[in-house]
Design a protein around this ligand. Structure first.
Ligand SMILES: [Zn+2]
Ligand SMILES: [Zn+2]
Length: 228
């Protein structure tokens, strides 16, 4: 952890704040580039936020969460921002990302008793030093005034990162059971799961299952971006 923080401090010294969209200096995301990010809006499944009408996923293999919302599509400056959160000065990038999420997703869609980040695998966290979803969850918690429980859900040892080659329903079965409830008691609470990007909804669904096993009454999810 100390090494992680130190690495970050060094990274921020070597790479001073620069807008990921246009390169202007001083901030990680300038106001113009923030306003130009493509919103994940339009006609979408009210439950899993996939685009279009008549969602096949929710019909054939409903996810374990009650609702998912994503602020942006994975286009334009969005992938740059996600990469910056993952590999560079995370805390400085998490703030403007969380701020943009709160400005884009209606507050009543993300109200909850407690915020829980999607955990990174132990090995990835050790090599990178931090979990980008946790950084985002902490920043979001500050904006919403909601507490964060970073270890309420844990990843089981030896679970590989989700394969991307199969279809959505197969992947849903693949990661089922990949997470377990941590030390926190979520009994009767509404939980907001937070991640940076959602691709297949399977990881979030597996986390939601773990949250339900820990007693959660309601599980909503919010991510900065969706790859649809
Ligand atoms: Zn910019
Ligand atoms: Zn759906």
């Amino acid at each position: 952890m100390v090494v992680g923080r130190l690495t970050r401090a060094v990274v921020e010294l070597v790479f001073p704040a620069q807008c990921v969209g246009c390169g202007s200096s001083g901030v990680f995301l300038c106001a113009e580039c923030a306003a130009a990010m493509p919103r994940a809006d339009g006609v979408r499944c009210v439950r899993c936020w996939l685009p279009g009408l008549g969602c096949r996923l929710c019909r054939d293999a409903p996810p374990a969460f009650d609702q998912l919302r994503a602020a942006y599509r994975y286009e334009g400056a969005v992938p740059e921002l996600v990469r910056a959160l993952k590999y560079r000065g995370a805390t400085a990038v998490a703030e403007p990302m969380a701020e943009a999420m709160v400005a884009t997703v209606p507050r009543e869609e993300i109200l909850s008793d407690v915020i829980v980040p999607v955990p990174l695998s132990g090995m990835r966290k050790r090599t990178r030093g931090y979990n980008q979803a946790e950084e985002l969850a902490n920043a979001l918690g500050r904006f919403l005034g909601v507490g964060v429980l970073p270890r309420a859900i844990e990843r089981r040892r030896g679970t590989p990162p989700q394969a991307r080659s199969r279809n959505a329903i197969e992947r849903l079965h693949n990661v089922a059971g990949a997470f377990h409830a941590g030390e926190a008691d979520l009994s009767g609470r509404s939980v907001l799961l937070v991640d940076d990007v959602t691709t297949t909804r399977s990881t979030l669904s597996a986390c939601a299952e773990a949250a339900r096993r820990a007693g959660a009454r309601e599980v909503r999810c919010v991510t900065f971006a969706t790859e649809d």
